[in-house]
Design a protein around this ligand. Sequence first.
Ligand code: FRU
Length: 495
Amino acid sequence: MISETLRQAREFEEKYLPYALPEQPKFHVTGGVGWINDPNGFAPYKNEYHLFFQYYPYDTKWGPMHWGHVKTKDFIRWEHLPCAMAPDQEYDRDGCFSGSAVELPDGRHLLMYTGVRSVRSEDGKLEDFQRQCIAIGDGIDYEKIEANPVIDASLLPEGGSEHDFRDPKIWMEDGIFYAVIGNRTPDDSGAILLYKSEDAVKWEFVSFLSSCHNQYGKMWECPDFFELDGKHVLLTSPQDMTAIGLEFHPGNANIYILGSFDKRARHLKRQLVKAIDYGMDFYAPQTLLTEDNRRVMIAWMQNWETATCKLKELHFFGQMTLPRELSIRKGLLCQNPVRELEAYRGVRIDYQNVLINGEASLRGISGRCLDMTVTIRPGNENSLYKWFRLYVAQDGEHYTFIRIRPDTGTVKVDRTHSGFPHDIVNVREFPANLTDGILKMRIILDTYSMEIFINDGEQAASFVLYTPIEASAIKFSSDGSVLVDVEKYELVVEQ
Ligand code: FRU
């Protein structure tokens, strides 16, 4: 049975999607119409990959959260499906917050999410009550179960907050359901709690998988936990982070923790904590495991701090990153665009050993929907170049540049002149391996975004660009002599 609230959302989509579709990026997921934030329920289902997302169809700003829905066979071409859930029950009347999905052994599709009720307290403040809920469906329509909410305050460890208790990531292992959930702890920071259940209805608290202790931001949102190349990996998005060197940026940040899982204590022993993505627009990543055993991650390509900066003429706001394959190399969590993207490569243009000393542009190297790899090395044996810059999305007025500096071993991205309509920080700098002045970067451009993958994915950085689409020049510039190889493909994707 479809509620009135859900029916309205579906009717709205049907009416306005045709207006919004021509404005969309070519292969990055958006809601079609309206606002989106976190990816939800990113999981295989009946030989396809489904993706839901935090969604408010009626406006390009955050509102009572619904779950929007798309699916794909190859992570590049996506089909919009009708809105999957609306806030239509007493226990989720103020929002169906983030969550996840699994395919049940009997073929049904289970969604686990946070139901939110906001209640005005005696001192007049609105307070959220957050509890975990289940909906079950067939890939299009979902029924919220009678037993909801299935995890409430009674299942919190001592001192855990029922006001910040959200974003369950569920998985199945040996016939048992597990879920990791973000929670605020009595020290006012966050922790990731581990739960288990035999039927996804009756749950028990297992352990604190990992706790923040005010070290990496405050409340930890949107956890994901999995095994990869012999390590255990926890992804989470901390709120209120202060920058630590060039590693973590302030505000709503993102971290990965690599470690080993202590099976007895059910606790993750930390070995390394780093940023997942060093760009300005990356939050709330979620992963799935493909049939051929690849761990693929997708994230909201946006940042809460700049979520009011938007192009007024567009019917949608917010997009997802390109899905990325994860691996552990040289002790780091590395990420590269899904290999399926290569099937969409069109005309290839290649340059080798181009000597750049000053400014240069190369015939055929331009565009706003492309896959380009640039390899940089010193052009002079006796003196190392000082810096190298790559300008993209350029016209007489606009540009964004990526600058590398071998002396500091850093990559800096500056989108100050990209056409951003607000005065906010538009520069980000991060460390990269630039030994001997050599660096390889792969750049994916699609309409309103740029994603950068350094040295085969040792670092990634994602940026929204609100530059007019006609600004498509690409330029090279250096202080000192640099040798450059360029391999550029236009990307041709018809949705
Ligand atoms: C993260 C987040 C989640 C929450 C959702 C609400 O971006 O704050 O913690 O479930 O957004 O839309």
